[in-house]
Design a protein around this ligand. Structure first.
Ligand code: PLP
Length: 239
């Protein structure tokens, strides 16, 4: 099975995140066979430098020996137990360490399974806090201009990237958007907007080609750049 075979099977059964699937009629999906450190390798032997750590998930590199050994040891002892009504050693130890390194007042951990889910939890918790305090009218949230918090409905609502949220606007709560301090910077300096890394530039795969150059990766470098409104507005209003 080579890249083309896997791509054909993939496109027959998958929709990819943050992706206009019609793009893949022209630009190939890159099937990855293995990863090691900063490198990924496809089924045709091309290598790619994973310069965004697979969307910030593999910060310590692919197939990290120490992390993999800990994962395997844990899964052999206890792979999962519900946290409602039950507890276990790793979650207590991790929570103790997190509480020790966070400022006074942040004394308990609550776990969610993704960044978006964590935002949903935070929105519900803060609403619930005020409700318990007798302030039932406190239902609105302030967000920062150009912020990004994820793709679930609550997270999308408190983000401010129109490219991602415009379509779903009728479903979203309306935050009060205030300017981000990140926009205030010394004259003459430019910054790269983080949103560009999230599929809004020509390097939307986030991969740079390795020593053996891949035709597929160079094809994605040629991909036209759908500029997000966040990027446009930051350029338009740059000081
Ligand atoms: C700042 C920020 N918050 C939330 C999220 C959403 O995280 P997840 O993709 O795990 O839902 C992201 C993801 O890119 C993020 O960058």
């Amino acid at each position: 099975m080579n890249n083309h075979d896997w791509m054909r099977r993939d496109l027959a059964v998958l929709w990819h995140p943050c992706t206009q699937m019609k793009d893949h009629e022209q630009f190939p999906v890159i099937p990855i066979r293995r990863g090691e450190g900063v490198w990924l390798e496809d089924f045709d032997g091309n290598r790619y430098l994973d310069a965004i750590s697979s969307w910030w998930v593999n910060l310590f590199g692919h197939a990290n020996a120490r992390i993999n050994a800990a994962l395997k040891a844990q899964v052999d002892q206890l792979e999962h137990v519900i946290l409602a009504g039950f507890s276990h050693e790793p979650v207590v130890r991790l929570s103790e360490r997190l509480v020790a390194m966070t400022p006074p007042g942040l004394s308990h951990c609550f776990y969610a399974d993704s960044g978006s889910a964590a935002i949903e939890v935070a929105l519900k918790m803060s609403f619930h806090y005020w409700r318990n305090a007798g302030q039932r009218n406190k239902t609105r949230f302030i967000n920062l201009s150009n912020s990004y918090h994820g793709e679930t409905l609550g997270a999308l609502a408190v983000g401010d990237v129109s490219l991602f949220k415009d379509t779903y606007q009728p479903l979203l709560l309306t935050p009060i958007t205030v300017p981000s301090p990140a926009r205030i910077r010394p004259r003459g300096r430019t910054t790269t907007r983080s949103h560009r890394a999230r599929g809004t530039t020509s390097t939307s795969t986030g991969m740079a080609t390795g020593s053996r150059t891949s035709p597929t990766a160079s094809a994605s470098r040629r991909r036209p750049a759908p500029t997000s409104s966040a990027t446009r507005s930051s350029r338009g209003r740059r000081r």
